[in-house]
Design a protein around this ligand. Structure first.
Ligand code: MG
Length: 257
């Protein structure tokens, strides 16, 4: 049986602009041994090329084929749902993916309002989105990653914006990014793997690990990012393996036989 990996990036491969020690060696090893993998990121703002360039600056050389984003999962989902039009609060990667899946971006009367990460939309645009949802448009958010709640970070992130629109409309957003099965499943299919062949590597219990556990994938938590060892007992689910960083992951994994 073949085996492959869905690998989160932030907190796993890099932290901000800094490479996590050993991550380049880990990815180099996967490439050398022809182990299928894709990076799986909830960030819908960046295009695949943006992600490839960022990795290259950190010394990791991969192609766009190695990148799977929540923007891609969202575009594919809307295409599969037969959607035609969307009003988008978001940037780069999300706009590209919706185009690629045949969704027209409109400024009035959309079927869907789609929210992604961004710094360029205004409260006026948020108000317009709220009015569209109240008039019947469906509300999708690419993810609900929590704010880091630290000074100097992106604390007005997507969870905060999603909550603002939910409060103003009384409608809950449908989430397409991790831990949603929409993305967890489409990323696996993108790699051509079966459930039993899939392992998720991530630093966040609420997204990577919960998503993987719910899908029946194997899961590896790295402690180089958000999750702290002392907090793990509060979760009703646990990863199959916990390591300090990807540097400690040895392939073939023990369940690859
Ligand atoms: Mg992460």
């Amino acid at each position: 049986m073949k085996h492959g990996l869905l690998i989160d990036m932030d907190g796993v491969i890099y932290s901000g602009e800094t490479l996590i020690e050993g991550a380049d060696k880990f990815i180099g090893n996967l490439l050398k041994n022809d182990i299928p993998f894709t990076f799986m990121t909830n960030n819908s703002q960046r295009t695949r090329l943006d992600a490839v360039r960022k990795l290259k600056l950190l010394g990791i050389e991969v192609t766009e084929n190695h990148i799977y984003t929540s923007a891609m999962a969202t575009g594919k989902f809307l295409g599969d749902q037969g959607a035609h039009t969307a009003y988008v609060l978001g940037e780069g990667g999300l706009l590209t993916s919706l185009h690629e899946n045949g969704i027209s971006l409109v400024n009035s009367d959309p079927e869907f309002v789609v929210l992604g990460e961004g710094r360029n939309f205004t409260l006026e645009m948020v108000q317009r989105a709220v009015d569209m949802i109240l008039a019947g448009a469906k509300f999708i958010t690419t993810n609900r990653d929590p704010s880091p709640k630290k000074p100097g970070w992106n604390n007005l992130g997507i969870a905060a914006t999603t909550a603002m629109i939910e409060e103003a409309t009384g409608r809950k957003a449908f989430v397409t990014g991790k831990p949603s099965p929409v993305m967890m499943r489409s990323a696996r299919k993108y790699l051509g793997l079966e459930t039993a062949e899939t392992t998720v590597v991530g630093d966040t219990m609420e997204t990577d690990i919960q998503g993987g556990v719910q899908m029946g994938y194997k899961t590896i938590l790295v402690l180089s990012g958000i999750a702290k060892k002392e907090d793990l007992s509060q979760y009703a689910f646990k990863p199959d393996l916990i390591v300090s960083s990807v540097d400690q992951i040895e392939t073939p994994l023990k369940w690859w036989s």
